[in-house]
Design a protein around this ligand. Structure first.
Ligand code: FAD
Length: 458
């Protein structure tokens, strides 16, 4: 067949003008996935296909302003619990909500789960333990710990996950694999490559999100949304109060052939550390702090991505030109830029450094955070720190929950994000089952679900 040389929009306009609407709209795809159709090769027709709404409602430049017309959006799906963001918090939230019986959907802008943990190549799960009555106690239990335990069954997937140890380090691909397994086993519906860009409001409640993907702009409706975007994208779009902070933004990289490098020689040459241990002896990951700036500013993100990559490349070349480092190579720069903190929710309650350091108990505890070096008491986390002050329909999880500046460094660690994610998922499922808003949830019921799912509440 011959494809007419007319843009899709032109074609649709012509068909609409002729009153033919979508009936004759077609698209051609190559037969084999990934194969480009060779000249004269087989082309498969998919017919009919409704025109994308994007083509019918284009933004227009009017008097120097870009105007996006009002338009209906297709509803992609309806779910009980929608978790937006598949980092440590979102992963744990989705598994918890699904295991608690809620129809659960997990949306992620990239093609894999784990967020900064796997995609940011931040591999050590800090604060899994605390010190209580002189004893080292594991506080990261439940879903986060289950993932780590399951990784111990795979050669080369995790280190330091054993009795007496704390702060395990995981292999990023093994982490993604195991997250996929647990998400699939729990029956979570997955929407990857989808970026939530706005919320759907009903009165004061968030009732879903608008998201963009290669399938166009669509809506996904939910009874409760868990904001696990790390940046509070959902509660901010819904109008919840938040504080915005600047923080160091880095880019992690990994080096290969470390087991073939002569580390003593490199040390003598002035390279005190060449990275942190990974489960595979040949690989190390290298953290980078970077400048303190705005993680919500796309210009800054673009600038830093390129600057960091350039400086990492140069560092590796220097290492390769140093005696002892000739065999090292740059294995990977992280697919995700290392944004540490942006928005922090103004919650019904707030984690404070003073309360956390004192290990202050709270009646609405939904988890206990650990100590970075397993050397001080755990800090009970109140459910209220996950719930917006006024906005309904949303529960926050992970590095954007309500917290004072002095405790951000502890609250945003992976173990704590797994813990608050687990709690948010359980609370969302309870809110759905109770037909109430997250703020009105009976916390005793949430605590009951969490205990049954193996979480530690102190
Ligand atoms: C450089 C660096 C080093 C660090 N070092 C350590 C360390 O050694 N140990 C440690 O424990 N912690 C460390 N951290 C902190 C830790 O990695 C993060 O705080 C933690 O991963 C946060 O988890 P989260 O699930 O809240 O968010 P994230 O890990 O950021 O995950 C959020 C997820 O949501 C997705 N998302 C975001 N917005 C949208 C949207 N609008 N629509 C759809 N999806 C969206 C993202 O793609 C991502 O997958 C480090 C962080 C950085 C940046």
């Amino acid at each position: 067949m011959t494809l007419k040389l007319m843009s899709r929009r032109e074609l649709l306009r012509t068909l609409s003008a002729a009153g033919l609407g979508s009936a004759f709209a077609t698209r051609a795809v190559a037969d084999a996935a990934g194969a480009a159709p060779a000249a004269g090769g087989k082309i498969r027709e998919l017919t009919p296909m409704s025109p994308t709404l994007r083509a019918l409602y284009p933004a227009r430049l009017v008097n120097g302003k870009v105007i996006q017309p009002e338009r209906p959006l297709p509803i992609f799906a309806e779910t009980d619990v929608l978790v937006v963001g598949g980092g440590p918090a979102g992963f744990a939230a989705a598994v918890a909500a699904a295991r608690a019986g809620a129809k659960t959907t997990l949306m992620e802008r990239y093609g894999y789960f784990g967020g900064l943990w796997s995609g940011g190549i931040v591999l050590v799960v800090i604060s899994t333990h605390a010190k209580e009555n002189g004893e080292k106690v594991k506080v990261m239990r439940g879903i986060g710990d289950e993932l780590c335990e399951r990784l111990t069954k795979i050669e080369g997937a995790i280190i330091n996950q054993a009795p007496g140890k704390h702060n395990p380090t995981t292999d990023p691909e093994a982490t993604k694999f195991m997250m996929d397994e647990m998400i699939a086993e729990a029956g979570v519906n997955v929407v990857l490559h989808s970026w939530a860009t706005d919320v759907v409001m009903e009165g004061n409640a968030v009732r879903g999100v608008v998201f963009e993907s290669k399938s166009g702009r669509q809506a996904l409706l939910a009874k409760v949304v868990v904001d696990a975007t790390g940046d509070g994208d959902i509660f901010a779009a819904g109008g919840a109060a938040f504080e915005q902070r600047l923080h160091a933004i880095g880019l992690v990289h990994r080096m290969g052939n470390v087991d073939r490098a002569e580390l003593d020689k490199l040390k003598t040459a002035g390279f005190k550390s060449i990275g942190s241990l990974e489960p595979l002896a040949s690989v190390r990951w290298v953290n980078l702090r970077g400048p303190s700036t705005d993680g919500l500013d796309v210009k800054e993100l673009s600038r830093l991505e390129m600057e960091h990559r350039r400086s990492i490349w140069k560092r590796i070349q220097t290492l390769r030109n140093t005696p002892g480092g000739e065999k090292l190579f740059l294995l990977q720069t992280a697919p995700q830029l290392g944004v540490r903190t942006t928005r922090l929710l103004e919650g019904v309650a707030k984690l404070t450094a003073a309360d956390a350091k004192a290990g202050k108990k709270c009646a609405d505890v939904i988890g206990v955070g650990g100590a970075q070096g397993a050397n001080h008491v755990g800090w009970p986390i109140p459910y209220g720190a996950l719930v917006p002050q006024k906005l309904d329909g949303v529960i926050a999880a992970g590095r954007c929950i309500a917290c004072d500046t002095k405790w951000v460094e502890d609250m945003r660690l992976i173990a704590a994000c797994l813990i608050t994610g687990h709690a948010a998922g359980a609370a969302a499922a309870v809110a759905v089952a109770s037909n109430c808003q997250p703020r009105a949830v009976d916390v005793a019921k949430v605590q009951d679900v969490l205990r049954k799912q193996g979480a530690y509440l102190g």
